[in-house]
Design a protein around this ligand. Structure first.
Ligand code: EPZ
Length: 423
């Protein structure tokens, strides 16, 4: 994906202090917006973050014929007039989560055509589990000219085992299952908080399902769904990113409006590294006075340590007192930030899926490029803690996933701004 000429200018040696309120979850909002296609009644969603990916999903639905309004975090979706069945290459290419329309469109209309998603920075990102699952439920698939077309008379529930607990495939098959005939059982399902949020939404529109948040999800199909209003859960990766921001700047940051249970893996690792973490009902405070200790992290599907927090933790461990290790097991190519952090003076060596991190005294402000969303966020955190000024280019990636990132960091005492190159 191309940058848009905007970049961050960040003053180093920041010490963040204060409170930050976490926005609604991007990765919960995307499937829930798509799931609005399952009903011809109006759906109202609250706490929807104003992010590019959300605007793209809105556009995907609008191009299918839906009416979608978004104001102040409230989204109203009405899909009564949907009359098209195709998602264009240009939209799919900008956002792979457009694949989420497949399950609901097939279930409600028996027809959908989407451009084949391509690869992207963090891995080849195939969609074979989505397609195999939908085929098992009776969809007939054809591939032509870079598009996947799926048709069926009626989806029929089946027992579907996922080789890997894919978030996207679990969500797509849940959405397909609620309007399928009979019972769908998804085994080795993803257990992420956003899967649980999708289940709450599906239940609120009349879906009959149980087990979301465990490895087996059972869905009893119904013939019609109705409207509802739903509040999106807070974004656990945004929360984790601000927790690391507190630790990496040796600050004192209270992250508000969170679901503590979703943050457990990050809390445990921050404590292991020597940060103080104080929990209360829906907020968590991170204080890091001393240099942090080295630790080992293996990324895993939920409830393991989230891959979407791996780059931020690497930035943190880059200045820990000793040798840390990170093993990435979810994506095959999620070390794009390593070369950028090395520019900042980090001592990092990648061996296969493992990265060995030899803590250095301090990172040095440098010019770096954000290769993807979380890697870009990690470079911002590194820049805040570094000695000197840092410029992060290609911030279009970062802005996809963090609502008011600069405003929120500056309110905590950071000194950073968005600038734009002339060309
Ligand atoms: C979701 O992506 C998130 N995106 C990602 O967050 C996150 O990194 C990922 O889940 C893992 O937690 C959204 O929710 C929009 P997967 P998704 O299907 O659903 C392989 C961010 O930073 N796989 O769980 O695309 C795949 O290649 C983003 O916000 C297949 O082999 O991830 C990967 O190795 C980046 N075949 C693994 O499974 C398939 O059909 C996990 O993928 C599907 C996936």
């Amino acid at each position: 994906m191309e940058g848009d000429g905007k970049y961050y200018e960040i003053k180093g040696l920041a010490k963040l202090k204060g409170e930050v309120k976490i926005s609604g979850s991007k990765n919960a909002s995307l499937p829930v917006i798509a799931a609005s296609l399952l009903t011809d009644s109006e759906v109202v969603l609250h706490n929807v973050p104003a992010l590019n990916d959300v605007f793209l999903m809105k556009q995907v639905l609008e191009e299918l014929g839906a009416k979608v309004a978004l104001e102040n975090g409230n989204m109203v979706v009405n899909t009564a007039d949907v009359s098209k069945f195709e998602t264009r290459f240009e939209l799919m290419n900008k956002m792979r989560a457009s694949i989420y329309v497949m399950g609901p469109m097939l279930a409600r209309f028996g027809h959908v055509r989407v451009a084949m998603p391509g690869g992207c920075a963090i891995g080849s990102r195939p969609v074979d589990y989505h397609l195999t699952g939908l085929e098992k439920m009776g969809a007939k698939l054809t591939m032509d000219h870079g598009y996947i077309e799926a048709k069926c008379n009626k989806l029929v529930g089946d027992r579907i085992y996922l080789d890997f607990p894919s978030v996207g495939a679990t969500a797509n098959l849940m959405m397909a299952g609620v309007l399928a005939e009979g019972t769908t059982i998804i085994e080795n399902a993803a257990e992420e908080p956003h899967i649980q949020d999708l289940a709450w939404f599906l239940k609120s529109i009349g879906g009959r399902l149980s087990g979301a948040g465990t490895k087996t999800i059972t869905i009893h199909g119904v013939t019609k769904l109705h409207g509802a209003s739903h509040q999106m859960i807070p974004d656990q990766i945004e929360a984790g990113t601000f927790m690391v921001a507190g630790a990496i700047t040796h600050g004192n940051v209270t992250v508000e409006n969170v679901q503590i249970k979703d943050l457990r893996p990050v809390i445990v690792k921050l404590i292991e590294a020597g940060a103080q973490v104080k929990e209360s009902r829906n907020e968590v405070r991170v204080i890091a006075k001393k240099k942090l200790k080295p630790i080992r992290i293996t990324t895993l599907p939920h409830p393991g340590f989230p891959t979407d927090m791996q780059p931020q933790m690497m930035a943190l461990l880059a200045t820990a007192d000793g040798v840390s290790m990170i093993k990435e097991t979810v994506w095959e190519n999620r070390y794009m930030h390593v070369a950028e952090m090395i520019r900042m003076g980090a001592d990092l060596k990648v061996q296969g899926t493992t990265c060995v991190i030899e803590g250095v005294d301090s990172l040095k402000g440098s010019k770096v490029v954000a290769p993807d969303l979380r890697a870009g966020a990690a470079l911002v955190l590194a820049g805040l803690s570094a000695d000197g000024d840092t410029t992060v280019y290609d911030i279009i990636h970062v802005e996809r996933g963090y609502e008011n990132f600069v405003e929120k960091l500056n309110a905590l005492g950071a000194d950073m701004k968005i600038a734009e190159s002339a060309s």
